[in-house]
Design a protein around this ligand. Structure first.
Ligand code: FAD
Length: 519
């Protein structure tokens, strides 16, 4: 039998290492590559303007690559469970393929779509390619529970063996019997919208430092992989949060949107490591990819992973509700130049270094402002190019010492931390030009500068730049005590308190088990 297939591009916006797309091409006579702009995922609360630009760039790149194979991308709008059945009928589809996605929303959506397809006699094939491993397997290997420590995850990964090797992108040969019927009206009906057509305000956009798309992802990967010594000696804690150009790969947006396969990333690193002395997990680049796997596994196995309430491994903390503090943090008005410079870079460019994320996340939560990590998570989701449901929630829990990390008494100083790698404050000067004339002695603490120095710098604290929103030395000590109380209230059965306590297998795993096995 020959098939008419829809390959539904959701996260995996690429042709390389795309096993579901390859499955679509088997015995296929007509291929419809589809991307759905889903109002639940693609709305302005979740997607900031930088992220929109990245997505549109990635779609254009994908369409360009498909055209080279005599195919096209069809962009449609609406809820997938409404849109796809209509397309099944319209195009007489017999097979639907997509990449397996473990976000709770996606699991529910895909399960609905799968039932609707099956009711219409459409064969459904989905494949794992967004993570290194099939993370259900990791959970199974750990007796149905997600590993709560990185060491445990690493041990399980070792028993499973290395991740699957990536597969190549389809070639003209794979496409020789396949047609994509597209009409003259294609642009009008299924074209990629511009930012303006989407009604977005493009005024805040700056230079496109990280253009979206698979070609750009592979080019950047190639560039990094040529730096053998850098790759082999990479140790995350030794990289700088405030260098003027990124000290890590910035491949995260490409991995998040699936422009770059994480398995391709892994195996390219393996090739660079071969025959060379190299750093190891958790600090190496392989180690970074395993962190991703760690949080993905946790996010699948722990119900309500992006919330405090109902999240069985998360310490319940009496966070304050303080819209003024939250707005000051979000809008880079805390009066701490290091924190405000980071939040400015985030808003302008959509990417900040991991340790910069540490600094602002600790500041918002347990360090200074005592605001829930869920609020910070929302801001990051909107502003980060790499905004990822599982990684964002997991890392926010870590930084707020709510889950995984419990040394709540170790608090980052919004002054001393940045100085370690940037004594002169060049990073602050770049992102907060208002402060650029302050001497190095005061750039992290302009409120301490004598009035004459503030005048000479052309910036008066309290008038041109805010006073510190809180007194870090005082508030951080208070907050450590509040955290101590929250820890004291944790029940003895709390899995994060007593390691190894058996938990009931989470309901989401049961739900997945009921589904057909992932191929
Ligand atoms: P590199 O150091 O070059 O690492 C290579 C890859 O490994 C990254 O591209 C990423 O895919 C993965 N990786 C690296 N660090 C981590 C980590 N700590 N956890 C999981 N995966 C990791 N990362 C996201 O991709 N999306 C998010 O929404 C996100 N939210 C975060 C929120 C907070 C509060 C914190 C502290 C961290 C968050 N991170 C998130 C993790 C991390 O900061 C970024 O992945 C990393 O900084 C991306 O830069 P890079 O590509 O240069 O990383």
């Amino acid at each position: 039998m020959t098939h008419t297939c829809i390959h539904w591009f959701s996260k995996g916006l690429r042709l390389h290492d795309n096993p579901a797309l390859m499955a679509a091409l088997k015995d296929c006579k007509q291929l419809y590559p589809v991307f759905i702009l889903d109002p639940y995922l693609h709305n302005n609360a979740c997607v900031g303007i930088n992220r929109w630009r990245f997505l549109i760039g990635a779609l254009k790149d994908l369409d360009g690559s498909l055209r080279k194979l005599n195919s096209r991308l069809f962009v449609v709008r609406g809820k997938p469970e409404d849109v796809l059945p209509k397309l099944f009928t319209k195009w007489k589809v017999t097979r639907l393929t997509y990449e397996y996605d473990t976000e709770p929303y996606s699991l529910q959506r895909d399960s609905k779509v799968t039932s609707l397809a099956k009711e219409r006699g459409v064969e459904v094939i989905y494949k794992v390619s967004h993570t290194l491993y099939n993370i259900e397997r990791i959970i199974e290997e750990n007796n149905g529970k997600p590993p709560l420590t990185y060491t445990k995850l690493q041990a399980i990964a070792k028993t499973i063996g290395p991740p699957k090797r990536p597969i190549p992108a389809p070639t003209m040969d794979d496409m020789k019997d396949v047609k994509t019927p597209s009409s003259e009206n294609h642009e009008k009906e299924y074209g990629i919208p511009t930012l303006e057509e989407l009604g977005l305000d493009t005024a805040p956009l700056g230079e496109d430092l990280f253009p979206g798309g698979e070609q750009e992802a592979l080019r950047r990967l190639d560039e990094h992989m040529k730096r053998t010594k850098w790759v082999c000696t990479f140790e995350k804690p030794q990289t700088s949060p405030n260098s003027l150009s990124p000290s890590t790969t910035v491949l995260s947006p490409y991995v998040t949107f699936g422009c770059l396969s994480v398995r391709t990333f892994w195996w390219r690193l393996t090739e660079v490591y071969r025959g060379n002395k190299h750093s190891d997990p958790p600090v190496s680049l392989h180690g970074q990819l395993l962190w991703r796997e760690f949080f993905y596994t946790a996010s699948l196995g722990i119900p309500s992973f992006n919330k405090m309430e109902g999240n069985s491994v998360c310490t319940q903390v009496d966070w304050d509700t303080n819209p003024d503090y939250l707005a000051a943090w979000r809008e880079a008005r805390t009066g701490y130049p290091f924190i405000d410079a980071i939040m400015t870079q985030l808003r302008q460019e959509g990417w900040i270094h991991h340790l910069a994320r540490h600094a602002v996340a600790c500041f918002l939560t347990r360090g200074d402002l005592w605001i829930s990590w869920e609020e910070g998570q929302k801001v990051f989701e909107q502003l980060l190019l790499d905004g990822d449901w599982a990684l964002n929630a997991g890392n926010w829990q870590w930084l707020s010492a709510s889950t995984f990390f419990h040394q709540y008494f170790r608090v980052y100083s919004p002054v001393a931390f940045g100085k370690k790698t940037d004594k002169n404050g060049d990073y602050i000067r770049k992102y907060l030009p208002l402060l650029k004339k302050f001497p190095a002695e005061y750039i992290y603490e302009p409120w301490k500068a004598p009035r004459s120095i503030q005048q000479a710098a052309g910036c008066i604290v309290g008038k041109d730049y805010p006073h510190p929103i809180v007194q870090h030395e005082v508030i951080s000590k208070k907050n450590i005590q509040r955290m101590k109380l929250a820890y004291a209230k944790r029940s003895p059965e709390s899995p994060s308190k007593s390691k190894g306590v058996k938990r009931k297998a989470p309901s989401i795993i049961e739900m997945i088990k009921k589904k057909a096995k992932v191929k």
